[in-house]
Design a protein around this ligand. Structure first.
Ligand code: ADE
Ligand code: ZN
Length: 326
């Protein structure tokens, strides 16, 4: 449609992308072969068929298993560059990408191998595709705060490579309050703070992310819509929400895209962005998220433009860089 073509052509930033979630089955097979790692599937089709999730944990189990094929610096570079090629094709000009260091260090892959590989892919993306990017170190919330602190310590020699920290993995049972000290320590060393909040977890977790973690940006935030005081607060503070429609559909956070909260978020004056989360698992990169949501809920061109502007405004680029790119 006309709106689809309009969406495709709009320059945008992507602010919620887990690089491990961009591992396409074809690359998973290629890396398994290259590294002599066995995977529990005998074809790319069998992998895709397994991507049928009833909730976040169903997905996480298979997503962490998929990451087992990633071993070398080159693997992480290839993974990152493959994402940036997809992003560039969608007119993404800037991406702030999460990675989960603990998923790799807990398998014996050195922290530096992961970071140096990802940075090599990001440098190549800037040189060859003109896409700029930043790296966000995400703590796994199903692990302890002590383990998050150990991860932050490992990150210290590489701190100049990071723009921020995040908080992801299994939300329910692992509230933001568990990570207050490590988020304060990350702020202390100059990192921006993000957290997944209100994806499956209750509004109380969103309040905690704001009050206790003092986040700069909120990932998902869907369940904020259940709490009038949160709605008022997020609108007043113009908190950027990194919303992920196809993820929400695949993980059954929404039953149908037509029920997605974005139209209500926009009516309430939220600073909304649209993102792909784990595109290899959820069936679409950023433009597909814009297109399918726009079609399902009837977004206007003006709304689509606003969301794309928000993606640059809500980025961690400097104010000067933002002004140059909006
Ligand atoms: N890790 C990767 N994608 C995630 C998501 N949508 N929620 C929580 N943790 C994740
Ligand atoms: Zn996410």
């Amino acid at each position: 449609t006309d709106l689809d073509a309009f969406i495709d052509g709009l320059p945008k930033a992507e602010l919620h992308l887990h690089i491990e979630g961009s591992l396409e089955p074809e690359l998973m097979f290629a890396l398994a072969q290259r590294n002599g790692v066995s995977i529990p599937f005998d074809s790319v089709e069998a992998v895709r068929a397994a991507y049928d999730f009833s909730n976040l944990q169903d997905f996480l189990d298979i997503y962490y298993a998929g990451a087992n094929v990633l071993l070398t610096r080159q693997d992480f570079e290839d993974l990152a560059f493959a994402y940036f090629q997809r992003a560039a094709a969608d007119n993404v000009r800037h991406a702030e990408i999460f990675f989960d260091p603990q998923t790799h260090t807990d398998r014996g892959v050195p922290f530096g191998v992961v970071v140096e590989g990802l940075i090599a892919g990001m440098d190549r993306a800037k040189a060859e595709l003109g896409v700029t990017s930043g790296l966000i170190l995400s703590f796994l919330r199903h692990l302890s705060e002590d383990e998050a602190f150990a991860t932050l310590e490992r990150a210290k020699p590489y701190l100049h490579h990071f723009i921020g920290v995040g908080l992801d993995s299994s939300e329910v049972g692992h509230p933001p309050s568990k990570f207050v000290r490590v988020f304060a320590a990350a702020r202390e060393v100059g990192l921006k703070l993000c957290a997944h909040a209100g994806e499956e977890g209750p509004p109380a977790y969103v309040h905690e992310a704001l009050d206790l973690l003092r986040i700069d940006r909120m990932d998902h935030g869907n369940r904020s819509m259940e709490d009038e005081s949160l709605i008022a607060r997020l609108a007043a503070e113009q908190m950027t929400l990194t919303v992920c429609p196809l993820s929400n559909l695949k993980l059954c956070v929404v039953k149908d895209l037509r029920d997605h909260p974005v139209p209500e978020m926009l009516r309430r004056g939220f600073h909304v962005t649209l993102n792909s989360d784990d595109p290899a698992y959820f069936g679409g990169y950023v433009n597909e998220n814009y297109r399918q949501l726009a079609k399902a809920v009837g977004l206007t061109r003006e709304q689509v433009v606003q969301i794309a502007r928000n993606s640059f405004e809500g980025s961690f680029l400097s104010e000067v860089d933002k002004a140059a790119r909006i």
